[in-house]
Ligand binder design. Structure first.
Ligand SMILES: Nc1ncnc2c1ncn2[C@@H]1O[C@H](COP(=O)(O)OP(=O)(O)OP(=O)(O)O)[C@@H](O)[C@H]1O
Length: 149
């Protein structure tokens, strides 16, 4: 899949104030800080992730507008979670493959990346199905109302 100018592939330059830590985190706050850094990297590097976050916000907005019930919110949350988690896994696999093979072509690198991308597509299809099943009963009466005089 393509790459735009905003996608920052490859290692980020190390700023002078950054410590090149390779030893274990020594306390919870340090672990948490690095986890937040990971989420930040994902948002900066992956255009698809930014799109998923935008789509999730649209789904939340539609859910609020249609006053969907508690159980339906759980399904919507599950769908959003599945897509976002799949993008986390996809980025982890891509990064590990790039770390191992770099710019060298390898059929197994292709398989790993394509399967990881397939997981994202699978999760997105699941989210579309959930969105359709959840929103349809709320939208159908509105659609009928629009076409009855
Ligand atoms: N080292 C490699 N060896 C073989 N094929 C590769 C290699 N690197 C990438 N590819 C192929 O190129 C495609 C795009 O790879 P890239 O790492 O640019 O993914 P991407 O554009 O970030 O994907 P996504 O849009 O899913 O994030 C992969 O799906 C794979 O088919």
């Amino acid at each position: 899949m393509g790459m735009d100018l905003h996608d920052k592939k490859g290692p980020q330059p190390i700023k002078p104030e950054q410590q090149m830590q390779v030893e274990k985190n020594s306390h919870f706050l340090q672990s948490f800080g690095h986890a937040i850094e990971g989420i930040g990297q994902l948002l900066v590097r992956e255009r698809n992730m930014r799109f998923h976050i935008f789509a999730a916000l649209v789904i939340i907005y539609v859910g609020l507008s249609l006053h969907v019930n508690r159980q339906d919110w759980l399904w919507l949350a599950m769908a959003i979670f599945a897509v976002v988690m799949s993008e986390f896994v996809n980025t982890m696999i891509e990064t590990m493959v790039d770390l191992i093979v770099g710019e060298t072509y390898h059929p197994l690198a292709k398989t790993a990346k394509d399967v990881a991308a397939g997981a994202v597509v699978f999760a997105v299809l699941f989210a579309i199905a959930v969105g359709g099943i959840v929103f349809w009963p709320y939208l159908w009466p509105l659609i009928k109302q629009m076409f009855t005089v």
